[in-house]
Design a protein around this ligand. Structure first.
Ligand code: KG4
Ligand code: ZN
Length: 352
């Protein structure tokens, strides 16, 4: 018999996702988001997100099963992988409780997964196994990290750089608000930038010479630039194009430099900001020039989803990783060291 079907559950922020993966193949997935409930607050409200997960988790798992043509009780061997952290505490609790209930009632193993490892694994569902080593740039509304990845299921993940303040997507979202654009800001900035001149405003490129990122200075510079036009019409297209250029320039320059320094031939770009048209085109251009293979998963696998968590679970199962105990707890600020959040390093270990 081949490897078991792995159910993955994601509930770290405003998306409730479920996915089913077996042997590196995506069998089906479903997702729902409470984004609309947060839009009028301009950002995610943790308690609203947690309550939305309570309502969504069961139907979303059901829909993922239907899409796969599977029923939970029909499956002989299932593993349940769940995002244990990082994320919003109340939101994570809901997914973990659901995962434990399913694992316990079916008598199958449970795996606690690091959310960012899920973003990395997402690409395997589209482009197959990751080469060892590969460079991964995660750029989303909450994360900006440059990672050196070897065997995702077995080896520690090396952080070459992380953001020191705002994430790249957060910068887009916050500046969009100042520009009078709707939330989420990234897609709105991308659209507004279409007819703009990316060299119209010279926004800062902070932390040159380091693999760490910082976007709060850029955010402030963009806000000042907009304030400087008070009472006059804002040249929105130019501002958006210049902002996007600065973000894309910093991200791709560092990622390509890291590949070169470490002799890595593949760059994987994941997370919601990987949808940005300039981030994509500049990554394509610079990777081609440097002879680096570029992998970017399709958008529905870039943003938070359950399939990516199932993909990690599937890798862990096939690597023979130790399952988590049923008293596994959430770890809202878990650092990314391994794909599996080992029980002994989570608060569950301390409580026993
Ligand atoms: O990965 P994601 O769906 O959720 C997490 O934050 O984990 O990423 C969402 C972020 C938001 O900040 C959104 O503004 C940004 O991705 N985003 C974009 C684009 N599409 C989404 N940023 C720039 N350009 C885009 N086209
Ligand atoms: Zn994420």
């Amino acid at each position: 018999m081949g490897s078991p079907v792995v159910l993955g559950i994601e509930s770290s922020c405003d998306e409730t996702g479920a996915g089913l993966v077996r042997g590196g193949q995506l069998l089906g997935q479903a997702m729902t988001s409470s984004m609309e409930e947060h839009a009028r607050f301009g950002g995610v409200v943790p308690e609203i997100a947690a309550r939305a997960h309570v309502h969504a988790v069961r139907p979303v798992i059901q829909r993922a099963l239907e899409e796969s043509g599977l029923r939970l009780r029909d499956i002989g061997a299932v593993a349940v992988a769940v995002t244990v952290g990082p994320g919003l505490a109340g939101a994570l609790q809901v997914g973990l409780a659901g995962a434990k209930a399913i694992a316990y009632s079916l008598g199958v193993p449970l795996y606690g997964v690091h959310h960012l490892a899920g973003h990395v694994a997402a690409d395997t569902l589209e482009h197959g196994p990751l080469p060892d080593p590969c460079m991964v740039l995660i750029v989303s509304g909450r994360h900006t990290s440059l990672l050196l990845v070897r065997d995702l299921a077995r080896d520690p993940i090396v952080h070459l750089g992380d953001t020191r303040d705002d994430a790249a997507g957060e910068c887009f979202d916050k500046v969009a608000r100042v520009f009078g654009l709707p939330y989420p800001g990234g897609p709105a900035v991308d659209r507004a930038a279409r007819d703009g001149n990316p060299r119209a405003v010279s926004f800062p490129r902070p932390l040159a010479g380091s693999y760490d990122f910082s976007f709060s200075g850029l955010k402030t510079a963009a806000a000042r630039w907009a304030e400087g036009h008070a009472g006059r019409e804002l040249p929105l297209a130019d501002g958006a194009a210049s902002l996007q250029e600065a973000v894309a320039d910093v991200l791709t320059r560092k990622a390509v430099a890291a590949c070169r320094e470490h002799g890595v031939g593949t760059l994987v770009v994941v997370g919601g900001v990987a949808a940005n048209s300039r981030v994509r085109s500049l990554a394509v251009e610079r990777c081609r020039r440097a002879g680096i293979e570029l992998r970017v998963p399709p958008l529905q696998l870039c943003t938070d989803n359950g399939a990516m968590i199932a993909a990690v679970g599937d890798l862990l199962v096939r690597a023979g990783a130790e399952p988590a105990p049923l008293d596994l707890s959430i770890d809202p600020s878990a650092p990314l060291e391994y794909a599996a959040l080992h029980p002994a390093t989570s608060p569950a270990g301390a409580l026993r």
